[in-house]
Design a protein around this ligand. Structure first.
Ligand SMILES: C[S@@+](CC[C@H](N)C(=O)[O-])C[C@H]1O[C@@H](n2cnc3c(N)ncnc32)[C@H](O)[C@@H]1O
Length: 339
């Protein structure tokens, strides 16, 4: 007598949900782009009411919202009205910890086109981004200013989740000069200058990014400057602290070594380099660093790194890791000195 085959129906349903993950992404992007959460700020509305305000098709929007309600994003009541849930609150533009700008960024074709070619990336051992767009990620951004603004805002939005934790986790001494290399529009540097009122800072990035900087606030007046340049060519000399936040993770070890060479040439004997990135923990546990790592592989040929990988690439780049400071966020501060 043969035994009955195991019942895999539950597993199969679970796995199919995983396989449809891109549908979830597309639905989240659609409601974010349409500003649905902002329209629910003053109470629940039907899909038809939301459609009037957003210009979307009511019945189609209803189906998207019904699907998202299965994931605890929005809740439908017995009058077919959708309300914000705590998760949906984070899609509002004015929510503390808003994910509105990051989600607009992640819905760009910059992300989903290379993701559709992930098989090629894993087969080739390099990103398919350049094959699709004809240039690497940041070179391509220079040619599409509107998309670049979406990216700059999205990167700053993610950064805002971590900036306060990073700024308050490092004791910058009074009088210190800080340079944030590849600092984007300056949201971290602004937070560092605000938290440490006796230091000065320079934001170093490409001119088009600096054009959108957000450094000028009453708390930072007179203590900030910007400088445009290419970190593969050089980095301004003479600062006490160099910061590379969410920069090394964009690049392969080979490219990181080019960036580190520029920083190494700029530092003086007592400067420190602060690399701010997640450190991948060992084990199978979920950790956002592992998610971001896979994304960096597909988009940039970049990677998140383990402690050993940081020590290796930084060592080859002329720096010794002195300590790794965890922060109460995803980010750690890998402190280094010139070797
Ligand atoms: C992922 S973003 C991180 C921005 C910021 N540090 C943050 O954490 O929000 C990477 C930054 O590197 C900058 N970047 C890329 N290539 C660069 C280059 N060759 N020279 C200077 N900056 C560059 C980009 O413009 C972008 O602002």
């Amino acid at each position: 007598m043969t035994s009955a085959p195991p019942d895999t129906s539950e597993l199969s349903a679970q796995l199919s949900e995983h396989m449809n993950g891109y549908l979830y992404t597309a639905c989240l992007y659609t409601v974010t782009k349409a500003g649905v959460a902002d329209h629910l700020g003053d109470g629940p509305r039907t899909a038809a009411e939301l459609a009037e305000r957003t210009g979307l098709n009511g019945p189609h929007l209803h189906r998207v919202l019904r699907y998202l309600a299965t994931r605890e994003v929005f809740r439908e009541d017995d009058r077919a009205r959708f309300a914000l849930t705590p998760m949906a609150e984070l899609l509002r533009t004015d929510a503390p910890g808003s994910l509105h700008d990051p989600f607009l960024m992640l819905g760009e074709d910059l992300y989903w086109k290379p993701l559709a070619r992930m098989y090629d990336t894993v087969r080739q051992g390099r990103t398919a981004f350049d094959d699709i767009f004809g240039a690497g990620f940041f070179a391509h951004l220079q040619t599409v200013p509107e998309t670049a603004s979406v990216f700059n805002a999205g990167a700053a939005g993610f950064s805002r989740l971590w900036n306060q934790h990073v700024a308050s986790s490092y004791a910058f001494p009074d009088g210190a000069k800080v340079i944030d290399v590849g600092g984007g529009t300056g949201s971290l540097l602004r937070e560092i200058l605000t938290t440490h009122p006796h230091i000065t800072g320079t934001l170093y990035d490409q001119q088009s990014v600096l054009d959108e900087h957000q450094l000028d606030t009453p708390a930072t007046t007179g203590r900030w400057s910007v400088q445009a340049g290419d970190f593969f060519e050089n980095v301004p000399a003479g600062a006490d602290h160099y910061i590379l936040k969410s920069v090394l993770h964009d690049w392969s070890d080979t490219d990181c070594l080019r960036i580190l060479k520029s920083v190494r040439e700029a530092v003086h004997d007592t400067s420190t380099l602060l690399v701010v990135d997640p450190v991948i923990p060992p084990g199978n546990q979920p950790h956002a660093s592992k998610t971001i790592d896979a994304m960096m592989m597909v988009i940039h040929d970049g990677k998140e790194r383990t402690q050993a990988e940081f020590e290796d690439v930084l060592g080859r780049g002329g720096f010794t890791v002195t300590r790794i400071l965890p922060t109460p966020s995803l980010m750690s501060i890998v402190e280094c000195v010139p070797a």
